[in-house]
Design a protein around this ligand. Sequence first.
Ligand SMILES: CC(C)(COP(=O)(O)OP(=O)(O)OC[C@H]1O[C@@H](n2cnc3c(N)ncnc32)[C@H](O)[C@@H]1OP(=O)(O)O)[C@@H](O)C(=O)NCCC(=O)NCCS
Length: 268
Amino acid sequence: MISAGEKRPLTGHVDVWYCFTDDHRLDNRLEQYEAMLSSAESQQYQQLMFGGNGRDYLVSRALLRTVLADYCSLAPEKISFCVNAYGKPELSNSDEQGAIQFNTAHTSGLTVCVVTRGNDIGVDVESRAESRSVLNMADDYFSVLELQALNSRADDQQLDYFYRYWTLKEAYIKARGEGLSIPLHDFSVVLDEQGAFTSFVGPEADRWDFSIVCKNINYTAAIAMGGKINGIAYAHSIPLGLKVELSADEAFNHFPVSASGPRNRMNG
Ligand SMILES: CC(C)(COP(=O)(O)OP(=O)(O)OC[C@H]1O[C@@H](n2cnc3c(N)ncnc32)[C@H](O)[C@@H]1OP(=O)(O)O)[C@@H](O)C(=O)NCCC(=O)NCCS
């Protein structure tokens, strides 16, 4: 059960919440979402409105605030954040200081937040580009081990594997919370033949666990946790509205309900 209640989630368990930001069921709630924002978030939202990414940002903050409000038994607008030296947001008013750990990621059309208890946690989500040109970025970002593994894949699997490696690496950086001060070439994630995480090569290797939590035609998302992942629960949320728990197979695999159909989005 993902329902936030007494001691949820349990240590070692990760709750994955997501929302498709194009969903038209969000439309009549946007004003309520705006009312939840801190003044710094409001400023950021106003700036992003000019660039056309305001809605993604607003829904992302609303998802994060409503989800954390449930775990902390507070109103969404009462959730307050502090950031570490590298900008990783943390809860400043959790009832058990530091016990609830969370992280969030967003890409065009989708926002994800993950919550656990006690362990460092990170998440990344990427929308999938159609063009193989993104593969050129692997040289700059992947370790030698990862590059060899990627290049050993059949041509038609490489984009899929690229996004697996990318999101797993980024989730690890976000879990550590030290940004790009962590050299990307100095650690490796190892995947099996089915593309699932098998092992980690890097500092405190035994401490870290990983999982691909979303893999579909449009998006890839991964989590990293500084402790063993014993269970993952999934829920689709319309903040202040619908909450639906889903199995791992069902999660992310439904179209957003959009008046105009899902936007044909590229990387974002
Ligand atoms: C700050 C950083 C998280 C940016 O990531 P991004 O891809 O632009 O954005 P994401 O959607 O994944 O995450 C954004 C969220 O991460 C959180 N965040 C910010 N700084 C963070 C940090 N140091 N650690 C963890 N989480 C952080 C915030 O909640 C932010 O949400 P907001 O935009 O609503 O404030 C940072 O890790 C970064 O620049 N990473 C390098 C990217 C890279 O080169 N990756 C290579 C992977 S192979």
